[in-house]
Design a protein around this ligand. Structure first.
Ligand code: THU
Length: 130
């Protein structure tokens, strides 16, 4: 497993594709699968606002749709001084499909934190409760 630089660079590049005409808040994500493939995502907004998809969920759904089922890390990039952490909806999906993923938060210039999903989402509702 390479350092996080390549993953963060992929998230920065994906951010350039963000469709953020309403918030103008562009986010990029890059998900590393168990076999080392990098699958990227960006946030996609639309006129309903509420149907917006965050960069993290786009990356995860893209990866699932391409047959990947096991993931190691995800990098999330926004142009903010303080890191932009995943929203609650994304945490639910990241936990469901990625388990205790490593979450790397970065801005355009630096990596601002490494976290584990179990710390970001400590009392999950998941299939173990069904
Ligand atoms: N957003 C993401 O894509 N990921 C995050 O981690 C936080 C928020 C997006 C959703 C929306 O398009 C914009 O940022 C402002 O909330």
């Amino acid at each position: 497993m390479a350092g996080s630089e390549a993953l963060v660079a992929a998230a920065r590049a994906a951010r350039d594709h963000a469709v953020a005409d309403y918030s103008h808040f562009k986010v990029g994500a890059a998900l590393e699968t168990a076999d080392g493939t990098i699958v990227t995502g960006c946030n996609i907004e639309n006129a309903t606002y509420g149907l917006t998809l965050c960069a993290e969920r786009v990356a995860i759904f893209k990866a699932l749709s391409e047959g990947h089922r096991s993931f190691r890390r995800i990098a999330v990039v926004a142009d903010t001084e303080e890191p932009t952490p995943p929203c609650g909806a994304c945490r639910q999906i990241m936990w469901e499909f990625g388990g205790n993923l490593e979450v790397i938060l970065a801005n355009l210039h630096r990596v601002a934190g490494h976290h584990q999903m179990r710390d970001l989402f400590p009392l999950p509702f998941d299939k173990g409760l069904l």
